[in-house]
Ligand binder design. Structure first.
Ligand SMILES: [Zn+2]
Length: 74
């Protein structure tokens, strides 16, 4: 005797748009002075509070310029 196994199309629970608001961590953005690399091909930048003494890009060693950027508060 042949037993046919049929694919059971079970409903897959979909979880979306149900995330509780409390789970969302509120990020406060503040205008922060940063130093960004003057090399346009480089994405290196640092917060002013964490720059190295020589003010050089941590990624390519180029000079960096002051810039204001909106960053999450720390
Ligand atoms: Zn750089």
């Amino acid at each position: 005797m042949c037993i046919l196994v049929l694919d059971k199309k079970e409903a897959v629970p979909i979880f979306y748009g149900k995330r509780a608001k409390e789970e969302e961590i509120e990020t406060i953005m503040v205008e922060t002075e940063i130093f960004s690399c003057m090399d346009t091909a480089c994405i290196g930048w640092m917060r002013k509070d964490f720059v190295t003494d020589d003010l050089l890009c941590p990624m390519c060693g180029n000079e960096m310029a002051v810039e204001i950027r909106e960053l999450p508060k720390i």
